[in-house]
Ligand binder design. Structure first.
Ligand code: PXP
Length: 247
């Protein structure tokens, strides 16, 4: 029996446009300019992660983006007093709460909601009071789903890094784990997003999971843009997701 699939949104993570800028301390390439290109090329939202060490996105990038972007900002942040104040002052439409370690190259695992439920709950309540919709970036682990339900967050983003790194049968097993988790999360009333490590080569099976409404993708799009340009890189990812969804 065929199921009618809804459309799927693409959130463009522009952190690594800023990585290139920070490598030389120049004013270019500008992640805000890239965001405008993304928005006119099929990007449905923009993600910026303001890391505590400011290795790529800077505070002013967030402030400037909010003044000019035609699509919503998904502000990625760790749960710290500064970031909570910053988000509540600037009021992006979305916040995604992530774990953060200074020495990591990228976000390595999902947020341990179960292990810090009280602080996650308080952060969710404060952000919700400011009118912000919160997602928790979590691994496809039933204990984290149970804790997320208790946290008050309306959305989750499933960490797809394990799927992206795996090959062969292990990758098929990861995919099945993510699909089953997405079904359970949706049944529990959560809006389901996913992301991390997704590329043109591995995105289709994830995009076919009907319960997933949004994918957040950055590194592979910025990398691909070196060869085809940013607008084309965004458009081809959106096309790959949409075609997979229809197949
Ligand atoms: N979602 C979250 C929560 C992330 O932390 C990241 C990486 O910053 C992404 C999605 C995007 O991952 P990638 O850059 O590998 O596409």
């Amino acid at each position: 029996m065929s199921r009618k699939l809804s459309s799927i949104r693409l959130g463009i993570n522009v952190d690594h446009v800023a990585t290139l800028r920070q490598a030389r301390g120049t004013s270019y390439p500008d992640p805000v300019e890239a965001s405008l290109v993304a928005a006119s090329s099929g990007g449905d939202s923009i993600t910026m992660h303001l890391r505590e060490d400011r290795r790529h996105i800077q505070d002013h990038d967030i402030e400037r983006l909010l003044q000019v972007s035609p699509v919503p900002l998904n502000f990625e942040m760790a749960i710290t007093p500064f970031m909570l104040d910053f988000a509540c002052r600037l009021k992006p439409k979305y916040v995604c709460l992530v774990p953060e370690k200074r020495e990591e190259l990228t976000t390595e695992g999902g947020l341990d909601v179960a292990g810090q439920l009280e602080s996650v709950k308080q952060a969710c309540a404060r952000l919700a009071k400011a009118g912000i919709e919160v997602a928790l970036f979590i691994d496809a682990d039933p204990a984290q789903l149970k804790a997320t339900r208790a946290s008050g967050a309306p959305h989750i983003e499933i960490h797809t890094g394990g799927y992206a790194d795996a090959r062969g049968r292990r990758q098929a097993a990861e995919l099945e784990r993510i699909a089953a988790f997405a079904r359970n999360a949706k049944k529990a009333g959560l809006e389901v997003h996913a992301g991390h490590g997704l590329t043109l080569q591995n995105v289709a099976p994830i995009a076919r999971i009907a319960e997933i409404e949004e994918l957040n993708i950055g590194h592979s799009i910025v990398s691909r843009a070196v060869f085809v340009g940013f607008a084309a890189a965004v458009a081809e990812m959106k096309r790959a997701m949409t075609e997979a969804r229809r197949a």
